[in-house]
Ligand binder design. Sequence first.
Ligand code: NDP
Length: 254
Amino acid sequence: MSARTATAVVTGASSGIGAATARRLAEAGYRVLLTARREDRVEALAAELTASGHEASAYALDVTDRAAVDAFAASLDGEVGVLVNNAGGALGADPVASADPADWRTMFEVNVLGVLNITQALLPALTASGDGTVVVLSSTAGLSTYEGGGGYVVAKHGAHVIAETLRLELCGDPVRVIEIAPGMVKTDEFATTRFRGDQEKAAKVYAGVAEPLTADDVAETIAWAVSRPAHVNIDLLVVRPRAQASNSKVHREL
Ligand code: NDP
């Protein structure tokens, strides 16, 4: 890894998969830049990683705020080798017939425009590094639908299409585009956020599933894909728990 490619930016690094990915990439030798809206969280994790001998810094960043994203990119002095587009999430599980358009807009903003904003802002540096990598954390919701998936499925299909299109458009440039599409991952906040703090509804998502994926399972997968030799592009990697055969076929022991 050269000095120009040794920096990895992770969005949404304040919890779940993003935090676990920042840890994994730090352990793999990257200087990690942790970003999220909750500054205290990313600062605490960066401090913890620094205390254990890794290089880590924290930035408060809302990926939907283009001006803030551009200012963040300008602060990096052009040195970025890896961008992990992890910031995202779901709001609600209402049918199309009754979903709140405001929820759909919020999900589109973060899962689609958030990816667009920071990818556009960092692409010149990723290209100049001579060996850049863009990771898009979509979802199996980005590949096929399910009842109640609504605006989340729409938004993650958008993230999937960004990855597919960008890979075509960058063919010939020294930048890989890797899409990781996880199925069910039990993280502390994803389902709670989706159901606006309703713990009962959030718990039902994972009810009876012996071993959903963990944040670290996905982080390990991301770190593996990123650490392949520069000429090897893992285009799309679907990762699910054994108990889940599709978005709607889940084995539950109830
Ligand atoms: P979390 O809710 O724990 O993480 C979401 C992260 O995104 C948080 O760190 C949050 O930080 C950040 N975030 C949200 N909005 C913004 C914003 N506008 N700007 C910057 N950061 C933002 O969930 P997970 O770790 O489970 O999910 C991480 C990613 O993986 C998401 O994209 C999710 O859609 C995807 N995914 C999750 C699956 C699951 O089953 N859990 C399955 C497949 C994909 P903060 O609030 O501090 O800004």
